[in-house]
Write a protein that binds this ligand. Structure first.
Ligand code: COI
Length: 354
């Protein structure tokens, strides 16, 4: 059923745009002027509105605060060469938001609400879409429980919001990652495949321990034996070994990344051999030691393509080949950037133009 989405717009009195130094933007520190909001009242989504960015009024008894009843998405909008605004694969984010929401008993959000809210908000704040290389407007849609009840049960009332922020690179240099073999991010049957808020809260402590040891991030391994590679804290992971692109298959413990699937599509377009299969830590370590591992990188909306510089396993740091020698990940990053900004033909229809 197609729903009419009438959005009421209340504009900010004075834009904050002139306070932003676009040449020095850090990820997630600066938010654009407006937000999109919709409410669910137990029966339907309603009250579609754009308001100035501000703090929320939320019951302190909201299950979002107590039980993590919250899911989110991340996508990016870019400026094309004629100033047009281009959003990368928003239809995929829409689908995944509802897949995540279903896992924690949220009502499905209609596609029209997601798309109309997104288009209207980003058009209104289009001045916030940066155009310097490596920058974008990060778009964060999310749904959370707005019930006032601290018993455990699926909620009745929810809020959907979209906030946006101009961003630069999430990682400013190649990352040092530690392969985690004690703590677990996700177990079979759990919520690992969902972009559920609690998944990220649970990852903070092990990640902090790794950061105290000098690493930027973790690579998670399977919860049962800690033998197989799963994903990294903010991204999926891929390896090039003997010219084959290898990445763990998605399932209920691994996020179905949109950058991940875009990279695999491009690799297949280029006739590269791709394997989506379980990959043991031992296999990666042996490939490094034998000089057969050519590339390792993370893929994600925020991270884009993040080269991995060092892989640590059981107390030993393995230094990976220099970034200058990494043919595939360099080409895929350049190609994705070109498609996202309209400089390279978009033959898969990934880019949505406002
Ligand atoms: C993204 O890449 O959009 C993410 O959601 C990762 C992170 C910033 C939580």
């Amino acid at each position: 059923m197609t729903e009419t989405v009438n959005i009421s717009i209340t504009k900010i009195d004075k834009s904050k745009l002139d306070q932003v130094d676009f040449a020095n933007i850090q990820f997630g520190k600066t938010y654009s002027d407006h937000v999109f909001i919709a409410d669910y009242d137990g029966e339907k989504w309603k009250d579609f509105r754009i308001e100035p960015y501000d703090y929320l009024r939320l019951s302190p008894a909201s299950p979002a605060l107590h039980y993590g009843e919250s899911v989110f998405e991340g996508m990016k909008a870019y400026k094309g060469s004629s100033g047009e605004i281009l959003i990368f694969r928003p239809d995929e984010n829409f689908k995944r938001l509802n897949i995540s929401g279903e896992r924690i008993c949220m009502p499905a959000l209609p596609e029209e609400v997601f798309m109309e809210g997104l288009k209207t908000l980003v058009s209104l704040d289009k001045g916030w879409v940066p155009d310097l290389e490596g920058t974008a407007l990060y778009v964060r849609p999310f749904i959370f429980s707005s019930d006032e009840y601290i018993g455990i049960r699926p909620s009745d009332n929810f809020t959907f919001m979209i906030i946006t922020c101009p961003v630069g690179a999430y990682y400013s240099k190649p990352v040092k990652v530690k392969i985690e073999t004690h703590y677990t991010r996700a177990a079979p049957g759990g919520t690992g495949y969902a972009k559920a808020a609690g998944n990220y809260a649970g990852s903070l402590y092990p990640a902090r321990l790794a950061q105290q040891q000098g690493y930027d991030q973790l690579i998670w391994t399977d919860s049962k034996e800690h033998i197989y590679i799963e994903e990294s804290g903010t991204m999926n992971v891929m390896f090039v070994i003997d010219n084959v692109l290898i990445t763990p298959p998605t399932g209920d413990t691994i996020l179905n990344g949109i950058t991940r699937k875009s990279v695999l599509r491009l690799a297949r377009d280029w006739d590269m051999k791709v394997e989506e299969r379980k990959i043991a830590v031992q296999e990666v370590v042996e490939a490094i030691e034998a000089g057969r591992l050519q590339e390792a990188f993370g893929t994600g909306t925020a991270a884009t393509i993040a080269h991995i510089d060092t892989l640590a396993h059981e107390g030993k740091d393995h230094k990976l080949p220099p970034v200058a020698d990494r043919v595939f990940s360099t080409k895929v990053l350049k190609t994705l950037d070109g498609i996202k900004t309209g400089m390279i033909p978009d033959k898969h229809d990934w880019v949505y133009q406002l």
